[in-house]
Design a protein around this ligand. Structure first.
Ligand code: UD1
Ligand code: CA
Length: 429
């Protein structure tokens, strides 16, 4: 696809009233990624020059886009949100290519393949406007409907549509490829809707049709162009994304025993031979090696698991690394840059924070290891804890190799226990 003559505009200024929160919907996350980034990334795959029209909470929206795309996306402000037609008008001064590709920002399921298809149909039909349409007869969606009268086409917005949906089963998806020359005049002739007082971008279709221009509708799957206006629609779209992610990892050799209960963010990776049981949630940059077994209701965020790791039920792992053949849980809380060594065991009701546990070491029951560096082949007895906090500062605990810490020890940091040492049950050290 040659994209040198296209520039894209993403409509991302809206207030998201139907979400009933005080956040721009474009910042709502689906599978761990902000809604608007699904579109910017699809355009980036095609190397299309992109501008985003921002307004409501624009600083935050710009921030998120810049974090991923640096300076490659430009921004235009729509000071007052007076509709999609007005948003496009605000950007007129930056149009310089032959074709303007306009996309709603609230369509995270759209793919670069669909954009490419629209471009190809546009060229093949020599159209003035090419737009994506999808079959959808659910009256609860707030989509504009494609209405044909004789040989004339128009988009009628949901609020203004009075016809029979069965007779007009196609909705406007919110992706338009338009000849710049036509758009330059059409966009200045829009009138406010008498129903909503907004300028509708969709009116350009009627303008083109009345002028006998070629309009090419491209039918695309509804699921790829779902618009998201509220939490209900967000949930539906996220379900689709989540299923796609789980399908992907299944085909890579991962067993999900009850997949409809799992959540995965889109940056998660899982090695083949691994088993993910019911209720497991994997967030952020979690990377799971081969042949790991994550048991039910464990929650992992930015966790790295090497190969053959077992995580027993109800374990929380956050920003930590678990090395090959280690076993953690049930009910373990491993967080804040903890490293659990090869063949090590962290058992029931054990919390570790900013600590390392060496290879073959064990803390099997009811312990707290905070700011601790524990060597290899160490045994931490049941109920033993590091007292790393004196009320003002945190202090380090060092336990060298082959140490045996008896049950119920209180290790008052800063403290070092040298290799081979043995402490009796109930010691305060
Ligand atoms: C829009 C279309 C509708 C289509 C549907 C597809 C119009 C008038 N209607 O309706 O035909 O079926 O999308 O999902 O275009 N925005 C701005 N500035 C504004 C208003 C909106 O930037 O002043 C942005 C929003 O942030 C959003 C996008 O434009 O990303 C679409 O706006 P939205 O209010 O969601 O339009 P719909 O009612 O869904
Ligand atoms: Ca919408």
């Amino acid at each position: 696809m040659s994209v040198h003559n296209i520039q894209a505009l993403i409509l991302a200024a809206g207030k998201a009233k139907r979400f009933k929160t005080n956040t721009s919907k474009l910042l709502q996350k689906l599978c761990g990624q902000e809604m608007v980034l699904y579109i910017t990334k699809a355009l980036n795959e095609l190397n299309i020059e992109t501008a985003a029209i921002v307004g409501y909470q624009k600083e935050a929206v710009i921030d998120v886009i810049k974090q991923h795309h640096g300076e490659s996306v430009t921004f235009i402000t729509q000071e007052k949100q007076e509709g999609t037609g007005h948003a496009v008008l605000c950007s007129k001064h930056v149009w310089h290519k032959d074709l303007i590709l306009i996309l709603n920002g609230d369509m995270p399921l759209v793919t670069s393949k669909i954009i490419q298809q629209i471009y190809e149909k546009h060229r093949a039909t020599n159209a003035t406007i090419t737009l994506a349409v999808a079959h959808d007869t659910d009256p609860s969606g707030a989509y504009g409907r494609i209405v044909q009268t004789g040989n004339k086409l128009a988009i009628v917005e949901a609020k203004e549509f009075t016809g029979d949906i069965e007779d007009h089963p196609f909705i406007n998806a919110g992706i338009y490829l338009v000849q710049r020359e036509f758009l330059e005049t059409a966009i200045t002739t829009l009138n406010r809707s008498t129903v909503s007082n907004e300028f509708y971008l969709t009116d350009i279709v009627k303008i083109a049709s009345d002028a006998d221009k070629i309009i090419t509708p491209v039918i695309v799957p509804f699921d790829c162009v779902r618009g998201i206006n509220n939490f209900k629609e967000l949930w539906a779209a996220e379900q689709i994304l989540r299923s796609e992610l789980i399908n992907h990892w299944m085909l890579e050799g991962v067993r999900f025993t009850l997949p409809h209960t799992n959540h995965l963010d889109n940056s998660v990776t899982i090695g083949n031979g691994s088993i993910i049981q019911s209720g497991v949630q994997l967030f952020g940059n979690t990377h799971i090696g081969n042949n790991c077994h994550i048991h039910s209701f464990s929650v992992l965020n930015n966790a790295t698991l090497e190969d053959n790791v077992t995580v027993l039920p109800h374990t929380v792992i956050d920003n930590s690394i678990i090395k090959t053949d280690a076993l953690v849980g049930p009910y373990a809380h491993i967080h804040n840059n903890t490293i659990i060594g090869e063949h090590a065991t962290v058992g029931n009701f054990v919390e570790t924070k900013k600590s390392t546990l060496g290879a073959h070491s064990k803390a099997k029951h009811l312990s707290y290891l905070g700011d601790a560096s524990v060597g290899e082949q160490v045994n931490i007895g049941a109920g033993s804890i590091t007292c790393n906090y004196d009320g003002k500062n945190k202090h380090a605990t060092t336990i060298e190799d082959n140490v045996f810490i008896g049950s119920n020890n209180t290790l008052v940091a800063p403290i070092t226990i040298h290799s081979g040492a043995y402490t009796a049950a109930g010691s305060v050290i």
